[in-house]
Design a protein around this ligand. Structure first.
Ligand code: SAM
Length: 279
Protein backbone atom coordinates (compact mmCIF):
# COMPACT_ATOMS: atom_id res chain seq x y z
CA UNK A 1 0.00 0.00 0.00
CA UNK A 2 1.43 3.39 -0.92
CA UNK A 3 1.83 6.10 1.71
CA UNK A 4 -1.20 7.99 0.40
CA UNK A 5 -3.54 5.06 -0.08
CA UNK A 6 -5.18 4.97 3.38
CA UNK A 7 -8.63 6.56 3.05
CA UNK A 8 -7.57 9.79 4.81
CA UNK A 9 -5.16 10.40 1.90
CA UNK A 10 -2.67 12.34 4.07
CA UNK A 11 1.10 12.07 3.76
CA UNK A 12 4.13 13.55 5.52
CA UNK A 13 3.57 16.27 8.08
CA UNK A 14 -0.22 16.28 7.59
CA UNK A 15 -0.38 12.64 8.66
CA UNK A 16 1.20 13.52 12.03
CA UNK A 17 -2.30 14.60 13.12
CA UNK A 18 -3.26 10.92 13.48
CA UNK A 19 -1.12 10.24 16.55
CA UNK A 20 -2.62 12.96 18.80
CA UNK A 21 -6.08 12.02 17.52
CA UNK A 22 -5.36 8.41 18.51
CA UNK A 23 -4.28 9.47 22.02
CA UNK A 24 -7.46 11.50 22.60
CA UNK A 25 -9.65 8.80 21.07
CA UNK A 26 -8.21 6.21 23.47
CA UNK A 27 -8.21 8.41 26.58
CA UNK A 28 -10.56 6.19 28.58
CA UNK A 29 -8.30 3.14 28.12
CA UNK A 30 -4.98 4.97 28.41
CA UNK A 31 -5.86 7.07 31.45
CA UNK A 32 -8.86 5.49 33.18
CA UNK A 33 -8.58 7.92 36.09
CA UNK A 34 -8.91 11.07 33.95
CA UNK A 35 -12.10 13.03 33.42
CA UNK A 36 -10.83 13.79 29.89
CA UNK A 37 -13.33 12.55 27.37
CA UNK A 38 -13.49 13.07 23.61
CA UNK A 39 -16.08 10.79 22.02
CA UNK A 40 -15.92 12.85 18.83
CA UNK A 41 -12.21 11.96 18.50
CA UNK A 42 -13.07 8.26 18.84
CA UNK A 43 -15.64 8.49 16.05
CA UNK A 44 -13.43 10.57 13.76
CA UNK A 45 -10.35 8.37 14.20
CA UNK A 46 -12.28 5.40 12.83
CA UNK A 47 -13.49 7.47 9.86
CA UNK A 48 -9.90 8.30 8.84
CA UNK A 49 -9.24 4.67 7.86
CA UNK A 50 -5.78 5.02 9.44
CA UNK A 51 -3.24 2.24 9.36
CA UNK A 52 -1.50 1.30 12.65
CA UNK A 53 1.95 1.69 11.04
CA UNK A 54 1.46 5.46 10.59
CA UNK A 55 0.30 6.12 14.16
CA UNK A 56 2.40 5.97 17.33
CA UNK A 57 0.20 3.67 19.39
CA UNK A 58 2.80 2.82 22.06
CA UNK A 59 1.88 3.99 25.56
CA UNK A 60 4.60 6.59 25.80
CA UNK A 61 3.66 8.50 22.63
CA UNK A 62 -0.10 8.01 22.93
CA UNK A 63 -0.02 9.16 26.56
CA UNK A 64 2.31 12.03 25.68
CA UNK A 65 -0.23 13.34 23.12
CA UNK A 66 -3.05 12.89 25.57
CA UNK A 67 -1.27 14.69 28.41
CA UNK A 68 -0.41 17.53 26.02
CA UNK A 69 -4.11 17.90 25.22
CA UNK A 70 -4.97 17.84 28.93
CA UNK A 71 -2.37 20.53 29.71
CA UNK A 72 -3.59 22.71 26.83
CA UNK A 73 -7.25 22.19 27.78
CA UNK A 74 -6.47 23.41 31.30
CA UNK A 75 -4.59 26.49 30.05
CA UNK A 76 -7.34 27.25 27.51
CA UNK A 77 -10.00 27.00 30.21
CA UNK A 78 -8.01 29.37 32.45
CA UNK A 79 -7.53 31.95 29.66
CA UNK A 80 -11.17 31.93 28.59
CA UNK A 81 -12.41 32.08 32.17
CA UNK A 82 -10.33 35.22 32.64
CA UNK A 83 -11.38 36.56 29.20
CA UNK A 84 -14.94 35.45 28.33
CA UNK A 85 -14.73 37.64 25.20
CA UNK A 86 -11.65 35.75 23.96
CA UNK A 87 -10.89 34.27 20.56
CA UNK A 88 -9.06 30.92 20.60
CA UNK A 89 -7.08 30.29 17.41
CA UNK A 90 -5.78 26.78 16.83
CA UNK A 91 -3.03 26.84 14.19
CA UNK A 92 -2.34 23.42 12.68
CA UNK A 93 -5.66 22.30 14.13
CA UNK A 94 -5.68 18.92 12.37
CA UNK A 95 -8.69 16.93 13.60
CA UNK A 96 -8.60 18.44 17.08
CA UNK A 97 -12.03 18.91 18.65
CA UNK A 98 -11.10 21.12 21.61
CA UNK A 99 -14.03 23.48 21.05
CA UNK A 100 -16.51 20.62 21.43
CA UNK A 101 -14.58 19.01 24.28
CA UNK A 102 -14.51 22.20 26.35
CA UNK A 103 -18.03 23.35 25.48
CA UNK A 104 -19.23 23.03 29.07
CA UNK A 105 -16.12 24.65 30.58
CA UNK A 106 -15.66 27.65 28.28
CA UNK A 107 -18.12 30.57 28.05
CA UNK A 108 -20.44 30.51 25.01
CA UNK A 109 -19.15 33.99 24.14
CA UNK A 110 -15.69 32.61 23.23
CA UNK A 111 -14.98 32.49 19.47
CA UNK A 112 -13.06 29.53 18.01
CA UNK A 113 -10.94 29.64 14.86
CA UNK A 114 -9.03 26.75 13.26
CA UNK A 115 -6.29 26.98 10.61
CA UNK A 116 -4.64 24.15 8.71
CA UNK A 117 -3.36 23.39 5.24
CA UNK A 118 -5.90 22.86 2.42
CA UNK A 119 -5.50 19.04 2.32
CA UNK A 120 -6.21 18.74 6.03
CA UNK A 121 -9.15 21.16 5.90
CA UNK A 122 -10.71 19.18 3.05
CA UNK A 123 -10.43 16.00 5.12
CA UNK A 124 -11.75 17.72 8.24
CA UNK A 125 -14.81 19.03 6.42
CA UNK A 126 -15.46 15.51 5.14
CA UNK A 127 -15.06 13.72 8.49
CA UNK A 128 -16.11 16.15 11.20
CA UNK A 129 -19.49 17.74 11.84
CA UNK A 130 -17.96 21.03 13.04
CA UNK A 131 -20.19 23.58 14.69
CA UNK A 132 -19.24 26.81 16.41
CA UNK A 133 -15.79 27.13 14.86
CA UNK A 134 -14.53 29.16 11.88
CA UNK A 135 -12.21 27.02 9.78
CA UNK A 136 -9.71 28.37 7.27
CA UNK A 137 -7.45 26.58 4.82
CA UNK A 138 -4.11 28.37 5.02
CA UNK A 139 -0.50 27.74 5.88
CA UNK A 140 0.87 29.73 8.79
CA UNK A 141 3.88 30.34 6.57
CA UNK A 142 1.67 32.37 4.20
CA UNK A 143 2.36 36.08 4.73
CA UNK A 144 -1.38 36.77 4.99
CA UNK A 145 -2.59 33.82 7.08
CA UNK A 146 -3.79 36.26 9.75
CA UNK A 147 -6.43 37.55 7.27
CA UNK A 148 -8.45 34.54 8.48
CA UNK A 149 -8.81 36.10 11.94
CA UNK A 150 -11.88 38.11 13.02
CA UNK A 151 -11.53 41.86 12.42
CA UNK A 152 -11.58 42.66 16.15
CA UNK A 153 -10.72 39.41 17.89
CA UNK A 154 -10.31 40.89 21.40
CA UNK A 155 -8.06 38.95 23.81
CA UNK A 156 -6.63 36.09 21.80
CA UNK A 157 -5.11 32.76 22.69
CA UNK A 158 -3.16 31.11 19.87
CA UNK A 159 -2.52 27.38 20.27
CA UNK A 160 0.16 25.68 18.18
CA UNK A 161 -0.12 22.02 19.20
CA UNK A 162 2.36 19.72 17.47
CA UNK A 163 3.18 22.34 14.85
CA UNK A 164 6.32 24.42 15.42
CA UNK A 165 8.81 21.54 15.20
CA UNK A 166 7.80 20.88 11.59
CA UNK A 167 8.37 24.50 10.47
CA UNK A 168 11.74 25.90 9.43
CA UNK A 169 13.23 28.27 12.04
CA UNK A 170 12.67 31.29 9.76
CA UNK A 171 9.02 30.27 9.37
CA UNK A 172 8.57 30.06 13.14
CA UNK A 173 10.10 33.54 13.44
CA UNK A 174 7.80 34.80 10.66
CA UNK A 175 4.78 33.20 12.32
CA UNK A 176 5.59 34.88 15.64
CA UNK A 177 6.20 38.18 13.90
CA UNK A 178 2.94 38.16 11.91
CA UNK A 179 0.93 36.97 14.90
CA UNK A 180 2.29 39.85 16.94
CA UNK A 181 1.59 42.39 14.19
CA UNK A 182 -1.97 41.13 13.63
CA UNK A 183 -3.05 40.60 17.23
CA UNK A 184 -0.81 42.88 19.27
CA UNK A 185 0.24 43.00 22.91
CA UNK A 186 -1.73 40.84 25.34
CA UNK A 187 -2.06 37.95 22.87
CA UNK A 188 -0.95 34.67 24.38
CA UNK A 189 0.65 31.73 22.60
CA UNK A 190 0.76 28.12 23.78
CA UNK A 191 3.14 25.92 21.81
CA UNK A 192 4.86 22.60 22.43
CA UNK A 193 8.51 22.43 21.49
CA UNK A 194 11.53 20.15 21.46
CA UNK A 195 15.07 20.96 22.46
CA UNK A 196 17.37 21.50 19.42
CA UNK A 197 19.28 18.28 20.24
CA UNK A 198 16.12 16.21 19.69
CA UNK A 199 15.44 17.96 16.40
CA UNK A 200 19.02 17.50 15.19
CA UNK A 201 19.09 13.80 16.08
CA UNK A 202 16.18 13.17 13.66
CA UNK A 203 15.32 10.10 15.71
CA UNK A 204 11.83 10.86 16.99
CA UNK A 205 9.58 7.88 16.10
CA UNK A 206 6.98 10.13 14.40
CA UNK A 207 9.64 10.90 11.79
CA UNK A 208 9.93 7.19 10.96
CA UNK A 209 6.16 6.56 11.05
CA UNK A 210 5.11 9.45 8.79
CA UNK A 211 8.15 10.68 6.86
CA UNK A 212 7.64 14.14 8.41
CA UNK A 213 10.82 15.91 9.45
CA UNK A 214 11.57 18.09 12.45
CA UNK A 215 13.23 21.41 11.62
CA UNK A 216 12.98 23.69 14.68
CA UNK A 217 13.94 23.21 18.28
CA UNK A 218 14.23 25.72 21.15
CA UNK A 219 15.89 25.98 24.53
CA UNK A 220 12.63 26.18 26.41
CA UNK A 221 10.11 28.97 26.52
CA UNK A 222 12.77 31.70 26.63
CA UNK A 223 14.44 30.22 23.55
CA UNK A 224 11.19 30.43 21.58
CA UNK A 225 10.43 33.94 22.85
CA UNK A 226 13.83 35.06 21.58
CA UNK A 227 12.97 33.97 18.03
CA UNK A 228 11.07 37.20 17.30
CA UNK A 229 10.83 40.58 19.05
CA UNK A 230 8.01 41.38 21.47
CA UNK A 231 7.40 37.98 23.04
CA UNK A 232 7.74 37.45 26.77
CA UNK A 233 8.20 33.93 28.19
CA UNK A 234 5.52 33.19 30.81
CA UNK A 235 6.38 29.61 31.69
CA UNK A 236 6.75 25.96 30.79
CA UNK A 237 4.35 23.10 31.44
CA UNK A 238 5.71 19.57 31.58
CA UNK A 239 4.02 16.87 29.51
CA UNK A 240 6.06 13.65 29.47
CA UNK A 241 6.78 14.13 33.19
CA UNK A 242 3.09 13.44 33.82
CA UNK A 243 3.25 9.92 32.41
CA UNK A 244 5.25 8.03 35.06
CA UNK A 245 8.10 8.36 37.59
CA UNK A 246 10.44 6.88 34.96
CA UNK A 247 9.46 9.57 32.46
CA UNK A 248 9.98 12.21 35.17
CA UNK A 249 13.46 10.86 35.87
CA UNK A 250 14.33 10.91 32.17
CA UNK A 251 13.11 14.49 31.81
CA UNK A 252 15.11 15.48 34.88
CA UNK A 253 18.27 13.79 33.57
CA UNK A 254 17.90 15.62 30.23
CA UNK A 255 17.62 18.95 32.03
CA UNK A 256 20.84 18.18 33.93
CA UNK A 257 22.86 17.70 30.74
CA UNK A 258 20.84 20.29 28.78
CA UNK A 259 21.80 23.16 31.12
CA UNK A 260 18.31 23.33 32.61
CA UNK A 261 16.39 23.33 29.34
CA UNK A 262 13.63 20.75 28.77
CA UNK A 263 13.72 18.00 26.17
CA UNK A 264 10.07 18.72 25.42
CA UNK A 265 7.59 21.15 26.96
CA UNK A 266 4.51 23.29 26.43
CA UNK A 267 5.63 26.92 26.40
CA UNK A 268 3.40 29.86 27.30
CA UNK A 269 4.30 33.27 25.85
CA UNK A 270 2.68 36.68 25.87
CA UNK A 271 3.02 39.40 23.22
CA UNK A 272 4.27 42.65 24.75
CA UNK A 273 4.92 46.10 23.27
CA UNK A 274 7.85 45.95 20.87
CA UNK A 275 10.89 48.13 20.90
CA UNK A 276 10.21 50.94 18.38
CA UNK A 277 12.84 49.65 15.91
CA UNK A 278 11.07 46.23 15.61
CA UNK A 279 7.62 47.54 14.67
C1 SAM B 1 1.01 16.86 14.90
S1 SAM B 1 -0.34 17.48 13.96
C2 SAM B 1 -1.28 18.22 15.27
C3 SAM B 1 -2.71 18.43 14.94
C4 SAM B 1 -3.54 19.01 16.07
N1 SAM B 1 -2.99 20.26 16.55
C5 SAM B 1 -3.63 18.04 17.22
O1 SAM B 1 -2.93 18.20 18.23
O2 SAM B 1 -4.40 17.08 17.08
C6 SAM B 1 0.37 18.91 13.13
C7 SAM B 1 -0.63 19.68 12.30
O3 SAM B 1 -0.01 20.87 11.83
C8 SAM B 1 -0.43 21.08 10.50
N2 SAM B 1 0.54 21.93 9.80
C9 SAM B 1 1.82 21.63 9.47
N3 SAM B 1 2.39 22.68 8.83
C10 SAM B 1 1.45 23.66 8.77
C11 SAM B 1 1.44 24.97 8.24
N4 SAM B 1 2.52 25.48 7.63
N5 SAM B 1 0.31 25.71 8.36
C12 SAM B 1 -0.80 25.21 8.97
N6 SAM B 1 -0.83 23.95 9.49
C13 SAM B 1 0.27 23.19 9.40
C14 SAM B 1 -0.51 19.68 9.91
O4 SAM B 1 -1.26 19.65 8.71
C15 SAM B 1 -1.14 18.92 11.08
O5 SAM B 1 -2.54 18.98 11.04
Amino acid sequence: MSAASASHGLTGVASTLLTPLYGRAHARRLLPSTDFSDPLATAVLERTGYRPSEVLTDRSNALGSLHRAIVLDRLTTAFTTEHPDATVVSVGIGLCTRNARLADRVPDSVRWVGIDTPDVMTLRRRLLPDRGIDLHAASVTDPDWTAALPAEPGPTLVIAEGLLMSLAPQDVAGFLDRTHRALGPGTELLADLFHPWVVRSGRHPIVKATGARFHSGYRGCAGLAAAAPGWQPLGEHGVMERISPAHRATAYAFRLVGLGHPRYTVARLRAVARPTAAR
